[in-house]
Design a protein around this ligand. Structure first.
Ligand SMILES: [Zn+2]
Length: 298
């Protein structure tokens, strides 16, 4: 752009083309800047006050084509490299999430279950639960209640398989990743919270911190619920945990071998009511079969 006498701006081409000045399309032989070979270039000659000015390609058509292809390939390679780097970074994030779970469950996936007894019944339901879980927004997703009468049927394996599956499905931005699943055992949480009472006046703050650390996590897994003794303390803690999920409209996966009636006794009626609602009318998935330990040792 060039400033005109009257002020304001107008395109150079217009200035050059005003009556009396001319531009002319023609061809000229010139050496290619890339390969040095002479080529016929389509050029425009502008008649300027200072003399003719020739505008046209500096490279021969072959070189232009080759440079374009090279540039396209470079861009594609860069994109591929960036894609590879993203995959590596995502894999690292998933690995960190797996390592945030108890070591003994690092291999507890649906794939490793499949080798055990096949994906049937409740196992398939758990997998579907993990497959349908929204990684963008878990609000409003139903809770999952997993029950087995005896221990050793693999509830913990399934709970961790759900976590693994959700981790596997994640393919977000590693720079803004936060772990979508938190695995806790009921008794473990109770012990941690009880331990905060021994820390004197700041004790209550610290208990609050335990709840806060679980707040907002898209899926909270509470395993081994019912292995603790029913008490006012147990009921109060479970109420806080479940009520927090209920208020946030976020799901909980609850694994227990305590049947419904006794579970209400353990958790208290208010907590049981919320759980009933969160599991769409108390839908309980029952894991049946011989205990893993039984099949192994008998
Ligand atoms: Zn050339």
């Amino acid at each position: 752009m060039v400033e005109s006498r009257g002020g304001g701006w107008q395109p150079i081409r217009k200035l050059l083309d005003y009556p009396g000045r001319e531009s002319q399309e023609t061809t000229e032989n010139r050496p290619c800047k890339e390969c040095g070979r002479e080529f016929e270039a389509a050029v425009t000659v502008y008649a300027l006050r200072s003399g003719p000015r020739v505008i046209g390609p500096k490279q021969c058509p072959e070189c232009i084509e080759r440079l374009r292809a090279e540039e396209a390939q470079r861009v594609a390679e860069e994109a591929e490299e960036a894609g590879r780097a993203l995959l590596v970074a995502q894999a690292r994030v998933r690995e960190q999430w797996v390592e945030s779970m108890p070591r003994k469950f690092w291999e507890s996936t649906f794939e490793s279950w499949q080798g055990r007894s096949g994906l049937t019944g409740v196992v398939r339901e758990c997998q579907k639960y993990a497959d349908d879980f929204s990684l963008e927004d878990a609000h409003g997703y139903p809770s999952l209640w997993l029950f087995s009468e005896t221990n050793g049927l693999g509830k913990s394996h399934l709970a961790n398989a759900v976590a693994h599956r959700i981790f596997q499905r994640w393919d977000g931005d590693p720079g803004r990743a936060s772990c979508p699943v938190r695995y806790e055992t009921g008794p473990g949480l109770l012990v941690r919270i009880r331990a905060t009472y021994d820390r004197g006046v700041s004790g209550l703050d610290t208990e609050e911190r335990v709840y806060r650390s679980l707040r907002g996590v898209p899926l909270l897994i509470l395993d081994d619920v019912g292995k603790e003794t029913p008490s006012e303390h147990t009921r109060r803690v479970y109420f806080h945990l479940i009520d927090q999920r209920y208020q946030e409209d976020l799901p909980v996966m609850l694994c227990t071998n305590v049947p419904g009636e006794r579970l209400e006794d353990l958790l208290g009626p208010a907590t049981a009511d919320r759980l009933y609602e969160m599991t769409q009318g108390g839908q309980c998935h029952t894991l049946k079969g011989k205990s893993f330990r039984e099949t192994r040792f008998t």
